[in-house]
Write a protein that binds this ligand. Structure first.
Ligand SMILES: Cc1cc2nc3c(=O)[nH]c(=O)nc-3n(C[C@H](O)[C@H](O)[C@H](O)COP(=O)(O)O)c2cc1C
Length: 267
């Protein structure tokens, strides 16, 4: 697997030595700006260690953040501080009324990952059976068959190995949505999904792979029990497995033409 730009050291961010002397915040901002790092208000160099970033333009980052399953490196631990960095970026996302009623549960404990992996596999069984007619139909269409086959094989692999991912992230939002209007739902989902996607982009920039998954939600209550999430008050939006990737080159995906889906002024 090509490592692409990872090998181009000049394009990567240096790890700041945590022993480095404290700099004046103004100097820190300037120092950061030069290196295209996010600027964290009032935090000095000695307090913060910046991860190495891949040399990706904004458009490259946005178009190559794929669902990574078969290229997750289960053997390499993910440093908690890198997860924190991604979360600090994630919470720059918008929320309705700036309410910020989000929470993020980061799971690294092996027994909990095993238990959640088991629940995911139970959900995956249900999903596979529900989805079987659609998959069978897609496999008969030449234009869909190859992609669908790849997604299925990749999703099967992830289900089988879910407990091995070093980190699972659960983006959560306050409230339950049962019986609520579309207006309320849009406000709630819109206050957590952008942050979760920002987390995935920040992770990709740091050579981490992620996948948006929801299949554990067949067992949301059981997951809540394992993690101590108050189910009656808190909704889980997704579960994002996180691991370093095997190689860092990912391509843009093929999507249907814009003309099929974009309407100007009139549907
Ligand atoms: C709402 C949503 C739910 C998803 N749930 C799962 C899931 O439970 N398991 C999984 O392996 N992938 C899941 N995916 C990932 C999709 O399969 C993936 O985004 C799609 O195949 C396109 O691939 P790409 O993300 O690499 O472009 C989900 C994606 C979304 C947006």
């Amino acid at each position: 697997m090509a490592t692409g730009k990872q090998g181009h050291l000049p394009g990567m961010m240096p790890v700041v030595d945590s022993q480095e002397e404290v700099r004046h915040p103004t100097e820190w901002f300037y120092w950061n700006a030069e290196r295209r790092c996010p600027r964290f208000i009032g935090i000095t160099v000695s307090e913060r260690k910046q991860s190495m970033l891949l040399d990706l333009s904004p458009d490259e980052l946005l178009t190559t953040t794929r669902s990574v399953r078969k290229r997750l490196d289960f053997s390499r631990p993910v440093e908690p501080e890198v997860i924190r960095e991604c979360l600090e970026i994630a919470v720059q996302a918008p929320t309705g009324g700036n309410r910020q009623t989000w929470s993020f549960v980061v799971v690294t404990d092996a027994a909990k990952r095993q238990a959640i992996g088991d629940l995911y596999r139970q959900g995956y069984e249900i999903y596979t059976q529900m989805n079987a007619p659609y998959v069978a139909q897609a496999l008969q269409k030449p234009e869909l068959a190859e992609t669908q086959q790849k997604v299925k094989s990749s999703a099967d692999y992830l289900a089988e190995h879910m407990h091995e991912v070093p980190v699972m992230l659960f983006p959560c939002i306050r409230g339950r949505l049962d019986g609520t209007s579309n207006l309320e739902q849009a406000g709630v989902w819109g206050s957590i999904l952008p942050a979760a996607w920002s987390f995935m982009l920040a992770a990709r920039a740091r050579s981490l792979g992620t996948v948006w998954t929801t299949i554990h939600l067949f067992k949301e209550r059981e997951t809540a029990e394992i993690l101590g999430i108050p189910f009656e008050k808190i909704t889980q939006a997704a579960m994002i497995p996180v691991a370093y990737t095997l190689g860092t080159d990912f391509a843009a995906a093929k999507r249907q033409p814009l003309d099929n889906i974009v309407h100007w002024d009139q549907w």
